[in-house]
Design a binder for this molecule. Sequence first.
Ligand code: DX5
Ligand code: ZN
Length: 231
Amino acid sequence: MSDPSSAATTPSIEVLPSILSADFAALGSAVDEVVAAGAKVIHCDIMDGQFVPPITFGPNVVAALRERLSDDIYLDVHCMIEDPERQVDAFAKAGANGITFHAEATPHVHRILQHIREQGVHAGLAVCPGTPTEVFAQVTDLLDLALCMTVNPGWGGQKLIPSTIDKTATIAAGLLPTTTVQVDGGIDEHSAPDAVRAGAHWLVAGSAVFGKRDPAAAFQAITAAARGAAA
Ligand code: DX5
Ligand code: ZN
């Protein structure tokens, strides 16, 4: 399974279309469209109606995407769920390449990161906008990805919370150079450059891609803006 961030010491800049904003009745063709436009990583938002109010989908949808997409497309699973340890094996079996869970959802951050890696999957840890950054310090060696939420999790289409840009920089400064820094929420071609300058590598974009009339063109415009800021 390839990982766009593994070829170099510094992870590459990627825009991750979030299927949360896609037409669920036409999910396969929606994902095909962004993959044809160059997307290498697809972001899957898992919500359980507990950690956040909405309910989305589970491992069966991830497995269906895995079946449909070629092996070089990376499936990035963002778990906004209580007791994430109960679901790791199911998402790994479904073909997730990376599984990220929230520090606020469990007292067992260290153990779950270890467990995710033991399944042969990249391990990610996320924090909500109101959560301090210190949780990352104790587990830097176990992190493949650190996610700084740039909106409160649960819904697409929100405005990026400005203070999360400086927070992204604070988090990035404390990580190993090989750890992918991810931002999620309110990312579009205007906010993407600020996130990249703060140290973000992987930028999740839902409504700014699938909410547009031409998702492929929108994906490419955000990618160009993000990569332009890195140059
Ligand atoms: C929000 C999700 C995001 C969501 C982002 O809880 O984690 O991945 O899809 O949506 P936009 O890009 O519309 O803010
Ligand atoms: Zn997400």
